[in-house]
Design a protein around this ligand. Structure first.
Ligand SMILES: NC(=O)C1=CN([C@@H]2O[C@H](COP(=O)(O)OP(=O)(O)OC[C@H]3O[C@@H](n4cnc5c(N)ncnc54)[C@H](OP(=O)(O)O)[C@@H]3O)[C@@H](O)[C@H]2O)[C@@H](O)CC1
Ligand SMILES: Nc1ncnc2c1ncn2[C@@H]1O[C@H](COP(=O)(O)OP(=O)(O)O)[C@@H](O)[C@H]1O
Ligand SMILES: [K+]
Length: 520
């Protein structure tokens, strides 16, 4: 369901503790990493055991262990008969520890090597593959000029060659995924043991190419005992929802109550309701002020409407009308199109004091909470709060840039302030509870960046809560389904232009594709 997403420091701890507590020598991990990279490269190029050894491969080895990985890989390729040249950035005698060990093995095996500074870049044509082993997770600060030149050289060669990045494209921060200030643009990144957290950030996407995560022998007991603070959501989460049995009744598939809609904002609750049904809810009902009920209902007969009281604005009296009905519902979504007019804040206050349903708080419910922060504590652990960065900024009294610079920390802080599960939306959406790992979505999908897309997410989350999932897993799975819907739309609408309702409509396909991914 989740894959670990270590920071470079957490990864270095795994490395260190493998030796200290398990006696696994760093030379072994480097050997394993290089063999994993060899297999991933051959898989990507379609090289089989019986294929002719006819590749011309240039390997760039930087000063640290990433360079050691490239060095060990050069030996394997050479031993298989491919034509290799190992270009190292440091004089041979200056390599240390496991990188020095593997350089010695490569030299004994007869791998041709050159010092990078001795070489004229014009001599370097005609390679099929360029291996980027310049820098890994040990990068600190901006690339120094000599390294920046080598990154540029790799990208020049990459116009005609296949670029394999070892662990992470050189120049990218393993923490933030940002280029410092440039980075290798890889066709394939083979990352060792686990994707580093920087790789999952949207800024890294243009550099990674295809990502292949390969184990290198860090013991499972160690990975469990020293689990990283972040995890990546995987398709395996879809297994939380079972295939419906033949005798399923709509009443057992979950009834979602959407609380929203106000004058001029009648579409949002309908989007949430349709999304809940597209995600598999048996029933969806929208509760809204009576005088806008017809506008909300508009052309969708499949969604039920519960008109409350009279007028077009929310009042605390509406809670009195709603309360006797609540037993019919399995979960609620509060906020789509709710507005902030008049007494709406007091309706929300009454809801928080009365209702016990698992609830998603979105949109204007969040803006109202931001202006009455004493209510945040009333939200509680069976709830999900889903701010976008602007709403998060208001909830935490920060500006949007501060939120975006510290997304993970902000997401956790809101979970602590509310006791609920917090979803910080946007590319690589985050899910946090007050304790436990923070989960990062693998999706960066511009097709989801359309008004109403958040209403669709809230409906999906309502359906998953109604299906009995706990708030944390509902939030992760909902973000995953929404993300996959975005990736399906990107195939048909590569320049965007999809409507939010279309996100809801492709949900059944998204769920099917994710299920298929797990089974493969
Ligand atoms: N963890 C594991 O389990 C395993 C990890 N493995 C591998 O190890 C990699 C991490 O290795 P690492 O720590 O040696 O770091 P890495 O990036 O190769 O080089 C750091 C050196 O780069 C330099 N340098 C730094 N900043 C710079 C700058 N701005 N501009 C220019 N140069 C700069 C600096 O050198 P110096 O300043 O001393 O010349 C520094 O010493 C990891 O990504 C993976 O590939 C595998 O072998 C298997 C097991
Ligand atoms: N580039 C992106 N990658 C992944 N998801 C995105 C991206 N842009 C937006 N989204 C998702 O789309 C939804 C937008 O929600 P929101 O900002 O609340 O919009 P609205 O209120 O107009 O519906 C969120 O779930 C967000 O995570
Ligand atoms: K690299």
């Amino acid at each position: 369901m989740f894959a670990p997403l270590p920071t470079p420091h957490e990864m270095a701890d795994w490395d260190r503790l493998s030796a200290r507590d398990f006696g696994i020598m760093p030379e072994m991990l480097m050997e394993n990493a290089s063999r994993a990279a060899l297999q991933a490269l051959f898989d990507a190029l379609g090289v089989k055991a019986h294929s002719p050894a006819n590749k011309r491969v240039l390997l760039l080895a930087g000063p640290g262990n990433n360079g050691g990985d490239a060095t060990a890989l050069s030996r394997h390729l050479h031993d298989l008969g491919h034509e290799v040249l190992l270009l190292h950035t440091r004089p041979r005698q200056d390599y240390k520890n496991e990188a020095a060990y593997h350089l010695e093995l490569a030299l004994k095996a007869g791998v041709p090597t050159r010092l990078a500074t001795d070489l004229d870049a014009r001599d370097l044509g005609g390679y099929d593959v360029v291996v980027d082993g310049l820098l890994g997770t040990g990068l600190s600060g901006e690339l120094r000029p000599d390294m920046l030149n080598l990154v540029r050289l790799t990208n020049d060669l990459g116009r005609k060659a296949f670029v394999l990045a070892l662990d992470i494209p050189s120049g990218l921060s393993g923490f933030t995924g940002r280029p410092l200030p440039e980075a290798v643009r890889a066709n394939l990144t083979v990352t060792f043991e686990a994707a580093k957290i920087g790789i999952a950030q949207p800024e890294a996407a243009p550099y990674i190419g295809r990502l292949d995560v390969r184990p290198i022998g860090i013991p499972r007991a160690l990975r469990k005992a020293h689990a990283p603070a972040h995890v990546l959501m995987t398709a395996g989460l879809t297994d939380l929802i079972e295939k419906p049995g033949p005798g399923l009744h709509k009443g057992t598939a979950g009834h979602v109550l959407i609380i929203g809609g106000s004058a001029g904002l009648t579409g949002a609750p309908m989007l949430a309701a349709v999304a809940a049904m597209r995600a598999g809810a048996g029933l969806a009902t929208i509760a809204c002020p009576a005088d806008i009920a017809d506008a909300v209902k508009a052309s969708r007969p499949e969604v039920m409407i519960l008109p409350l009281d009279s007028g077009t604005e929310w009042t605390p009296n509406m809670m009195a009308a709603l309360e006797p009905e609540l037993a019919r519902f399995d979960a609620a979504v509060v906020g789509p199109g709710l507005g902030r007019a008049g007494d709406t804040a007091n309706f929300l206050r009454a809801w928080l004091s009365t209702a016990t349903l698992p609830t998603v708080y979105d949109a204007d419910a969040l803006n109202l909470l931001a202006s009455q922060k004493e209510l945040l504590k009333k939200i509680g652990e069976s709830a999900i709060v889903t701010p976008h960065p602007g709403e998060m900024a208001r909830l935490l009294d920060l500006d949007i840039a501060e939120v975006q610079a510290r997304r993970s920390e902000c997401c956790r802080r809101l979970a602590e302030n509310t006791g609920a599960v917090s979803v910080l939306k946007g590319a690589a959406s985050l899910v946090a509870s007050a304790n436990g790992p923070r989960a990062v979505s693998p999706y960066c999908e511009p097709n989801l960046a359309v008004a109403g897309s958040g209403d669709v997410l809230s409906g999906i989350l309502g359906r998953l809560l109604a299906g009995g999932l706990d708030a944390y897993h509902a939030a992760c799975l909902g973000v995953l389904w929404h993300g996959q819907a975005g990736s399906i739309l990107a195939r048909d609408f590569p320049y965007r232009g999809n409507m939010p309702l279309e996100i809801a409509h492709v949900l059944p396909q998204a769920i099917k594709e994710l299920k298929g991914h797990v089974q493969r």
